[in-house]
Structures are given as C-alpha cells and as structure tokens.
Design a protein around this ligand. Structure first.
Ligand code: G6P
Ligand code: MG
Length: 218
C-alpha cells in the first residue's frame, strides 16, 4: 500500500482510558447488583456510550425505561470524567508521541477516529491535540464502530482515499470498522482478541512505521 494517512483510535490506543471506561461500567454494574468482567468489557470497546449501556444491561438482565437509561449513562460518564480529569501528558502510552512525531516528519497525515464524546478533552489534557490534521469524535458521527463512518469521515477531512489510510485500533469493533471502510488495520493488543487485524503489535514502543508498512505489504 502507498501510505498517505494514519487514523488512530484514542481509548486504549493512544491513552489507557479503556481501563477507566471499564472501571466506570464495573462500578455502575455493581450498583445495579451484578458482576461485570474484563472479558465482558471487550464487547464495549469502540461502542458508543448508549449502545454500551444496552450491552451492560443485557449482561445484567436488567430492563430500564428510556429515562433511566439516560440517567445511568450520565452517571457512568460522571464516574469516567473523575478519572480523565486527573490525566496529564504523562498518561500518553509509551512510544506514542515518538511514533506520531516520526509520521508527521515523514509527511504522513494524521487523523483521530474515536466515537468518544470526551475525545477532545482527553487530547487536550494529555497535550497531543496538535499532532492531528483532522479529528473525528463522537459528537460528529451518527454510527459507532463497527460502522465505518468515523474512519470514512477522517479520510474525507484529510482529503485521502480510504485505500491510502491505515487504522490503529484496540477494539474488535474498530478493526471491523476499518475493514468496512476499505482500510488496512494494525491491532494494538493481543492476537487472541484482535485476530482479524492485518498486523498485531503490543504497542508503539520501539515500533517503526516503515516496518509496519513492509509487514503489511508482504
Ligand atoms: C470509545 C470507547 C468506548 C466508549 C466510547 C464512547 O469508543 O472504546 O468504550 O464507550 O468511546 O465514549 P464516551 O467517552 O463518549 O462515553
Ligand atoms: Mg479503543
């Protein structure tokens, strides 16, 4: 592939907020009287806040009115915000800043593709906003991953064909969204979970984008 742009998921890829989402959902499940495990949490990655709540309620076998659903989604977000309001530039995952910076210096366009409505706050708190030529977040899209909308919007804002974009994702729904958009995808995390990705790496530390491209082209 001829690489022109990279699109990055945020939670669990650039910062470890996937953990905070889990802790907040876990505590909500607790208060509703059921257990929510880390393996249940995999189903929520890349999924919008309201859709995540639906999955959580299905796991707990709980039925709620639409009004209560909004109330609990808000409650979860308040818990989540308590974690992210403590974030600083130290919370960017190892190797991320170096990787983004090398790509920029090589003339590759950078985009953010997250369905989180809190994305801008996290980018600003961790001081990585300036790396991105385009930012797509949950306030700009109608369909969460695995729908390709978030990545297709990113490609459009970067004026780049989907085939020239490469996505970095930690969620199964995100890998599927990239593929639905006609983009290749590097999975960040474990091969057991991200088997559908075109290449899987544990993280960005020591990762060279040239070796990523040559692996993908093999
Ligand atoms: C990301 C995360 C999901 C989260 C979603 C919405 O995709 O992977 O776990 O539910 O964003 O996040 P928000 O911050 O808007 O609640
Ligand atoms: Mg993620």
């Amino acid at each position: 592939m001829i690489l022109k742009a990279c699109l990055f998921d945020l939670d669990g890829v650039l910062v470890d907020t996937a953990r905070f989402h889990y802790l907040a959902w876990h505590s909500l499940a607790n208060s509703l009287g059921f257990k929510f495990t880390e393996s249940d949490n995999e189903r929520l990655k890349g999924v919008s806040r309201m859709d995540s709540l639906e999955i959580l309620l299905e796991i707990g076998n709980i039925k709620l009115s639409e009004k209560d659903k909004l109330k609990y989604a808000q409650e979860k977000n308040q818990l989540y915000l308590q974690y992210i309001r403590k974030m600083t530039r130290e919370d960017v995952l190892p190797g991320v800043r170096e990787f983004l910076s090398t790509l920029r210096h090589s003339g590759i366009l950078l985009g953010l593709g997250s369905v989180s409505r809190n994305a801008l706050e996290i980018l600003n708190r961790t001081d990585i906003t300036a790396f991105f030529d385009a930012i797509v977040d949950g306030t700009m899209i109608t369909h969460a991953k695995p729908d390709p909308e978030v990545f297709l919007t990113g490609a459009r804002l970067l004026n780049t064909d989907p085939e020239s974009c490469l996505v970095f994702e930690d969620a199964v729904a995100g890998v599927r969204a990239a593929h639905h958009a006609g983009m290749k995808c590097v999975g960040i995390g474990s091969p057991e979970i991200l088997a559908e990705a075109d290449l899987i790496v544990p993280g960005f530390q020591g990762l060279s984008w040239k070796s990523v491209i040559s692996n993908l082209n093999e």
